[in-house]
Design a binder for this molecule. Structure first.
Ligand SMILES: [Zn+2]
Length: 561
């Protein structure tokens, strides 16, 4: 396999409404930075989230501060001289400029209100800034033309950045294009109310995923018709958007050449987060190249630079997990903060030497945690984080025990791609297909299976069953849910899974709600599946109910009873 050529990435964006720095920054300046930091690929906005072009487009208005300049041409021509690749960002689904001309192309709720990407504080009502355009409207043809236009400039590929059409009730589109298309394709009306118990609603939820998949497929076809070797990069932002885009990647894996795992949350997630997002993206994409970002700034402080150690650690994490680092610099910091290339140059120089040793390598197969997008959707419903936290909790527990751990996804479990793993972890994996159940049963003949809570209680379509799909494999029969605000598990027999916890030890189950607004504890956190044992199965512990619903130490009952 040829070496992946887009392995050290610099992303540069003009981020403000005026693009105040645009008159000071030439394309050659960005290429000079890429050279200084040993990047071999530059990612840049060809059309930004305001809807303005940074090149001479035949359809999109160019940013007026550029005057006679063609920023994309400056960049591509200079980059070519130095053997640096350029990938153009297009297709951002917010496009206020286009919205003004075609308000009927916007994503709209059932009540007709426009769906936006605005993120004002809860109590602050601001003017609408970021209307989202609908992928079922002629907007998608505009994106296709953007792809064709930038490829004529000789860029190596196109990058769908915030390409968002979400299935969740608060963002689901009911514009005329969507309503009409759903009726045409399915012969029924698009369900208006979010009812997770309804098969019709869940089918419409899946349909919305497929709108994304088909749009990605179309843009890639258009791009490759223009230039056969052009690549398509998709920003999945794996922890954003309730994690739904990871399912889009899983469904669209044949139409995505590079997954961009945006890791903007890295500064308030656990250490190892960037590596985790790479492994997750490798799992859902079936092993596509993964770009993972380390921003030049801390959290959201875009005009500053963070510490060199945070930058070095983040970029190295992307690499050691089997991905490729992407370093994001905004124009304000680029123009005003000379320390912006601190840290990154050292790591990219190292990787320039090391990356050939990572070619064609595979993660060590030991423990596989199922990151079940299906279970997150069907089991998590409106609080999918409660389910993904189960997967992630096991991932971090194993990581911090220094055990080799990676994720697998539903698609690959269905196909029994479990070769080499010693143990698979099904952490609250509600929804398993029949094929997945069979794969786990076969695997259990030779490997370990850890399953928690309501694993396999739903079928593939999210229907709640009366019995676990894995009942025989696990040796238990489903008898309902024990609901409690807090609970304990009491060890009744010593066993190596308990480590040094001996018979009689109590393990606390539960936690207080960090939001502490309408509940003392997060919903369902201390619940257990009530089971009866089958055949030779043996219980090693029992659930103990608390005497009261909360304890009295600490104000307002944050402690356990
Ligand atoms: Zn729509």
């Amino acid at each position: 396999m040829a070496k992946f050529p887009y392995s050290r990435v610099l992303q540069f964006n003009f981020e403000d409404a005026l693009a105040s720095e645009v008159s000071k920054i030439k394309g050659s300046d960005i290429v000079a930075l890429a050279k200084r930091i040993h990047a071999n690929t530059i990612v840049v906005f060809a059309r930004d989230a305001w809807g303005r072009a940074y090149f001479n487009s035949s359809t999109t208005r160019k940013h007026s501060k550029l005057k006679g300049r063609d920023f994309l041409r400056e960049l591509v021509e200079e980059a070519k001289k130095h053997g640096i690749h350029v990938i153009a960002m297009i297709g951002h689904t917010t496009n206020p400029e286009l919205y003004k001309k075609h308000p009927d192309w916007a994503q709209r709720r059932a009540d007709g209100s426009v769906i936006t990407m605005d993120t004002d504080p809860l109590e602050v009502e601001g003017p609408m800034r970021w209307p989202l355009m609908c992928l079922n409207s002629p907007f998608l043809d505009v994106v296709a033309r953007e792809a064709e236009e930038v490829l004529e400039y000789g860029v190596d590929g196109v990058f769908l950045d915030s390409f968002r059409y979400m299935p969740d009730a608060e963002r689901a589109c009911f514009c005329d294009y969507c309503v009409e298309k759903y009726r045409r394709e399915n012969g029924v009306e698009l369900p208006k109310t979010a009812n997770w118990e309804s098969e019709a609603y869940r089918r419409s939820f899946l349909w919305r995923y497929m709108v994304n998949v088909n749009a990605i497929k179309k843009i890639r076809e258009v791009a490759q018709a223009k230039r056969s070797e052009a690549i398509l990069v998709y920003n999945s932002h794996p922890l954003g958007w309730k994690g739904r885009a990871s399912r889009i990647v899983e469904l669209a894996r044949n139409y995505i050449d590079v997954v961009f795992a945006e890791c903007s949350e890295a500064d308030y997630q656990p250490p190892g987060f960037i590596a985790e997002m790479v492994k997750l993206s490798l799992a859902v994409s079936g092993g596509k190249p993964i770009w993972a970002s380390r921003n030049s700034f801390h959290a959201c402080l875009t005009s500053t630079v963070t510490t060199p150690v945070a930058i070095r650690q983040g970029l190295r994490e992307a690499f050691v997990a089997g991905g490729y680092p992407l370093y994001l610099v905004f124009s304000t910091a680029f123009a005003n903060e000379p320390r912006v290339n601190r840290g990154v140059a050292q790591v990219y120089r190292e990787l320039e030497k090391l990356e050939e040793y990572m070619e064609d390598t595979e993660p060590l197969r030991y423990a596989a945690v199922l990151f079940s997008n299906r279970s997150r959707d069907w089991g998590g419903k409106d609080r999918p984080d409660h389910v993904t936290d189960s997967f992630r909790g096991f991932y971090y527990a194993l990581t911090w025990r220094r055990l080799p751990v990676t994720y697998i996804c539903d698609t690959d479990l269905d196909e029994a791609k479990l070769e080499g793993f010693k143990v698979i972890v099904l952490a609250n994996a509600y929804s398993l297909s029949r094929r997945a159940v069979k794969a786990v049963a076969d695997f259990s003949e030779k490997g370990g299976v850890i399953a928690s809570y309501l694993t396999s209680i739903m079928d593939e379509q999210g229907n709640f069953m009366e019995e676990f799909g894995l009942s025989e494999v696990l040796g238990v029969s489903y008898e309902g849910v024990i609901e409690a605000p807090w609970s304990y598990v009491k060890v009744t027999e010593s066993h190596e899974v308990f480590g040094d916890l001996k018979e009689g030890s109590l393990i606390l189950w539960g936690d207080f709600d960090r939001e502490f607004i309408d509940s003392r504890v997060p919903a369902g956190i201390a619940n257990h599946a009530r089971v009866s044992l089958l055949n030779e199965a043996k219980a090693l512990a029992r659930v103990v109910a608390p005497r009261t619903s909360f304890g009295y130490e600490y104000e307002n009952g944050r402690s356990p009873p």
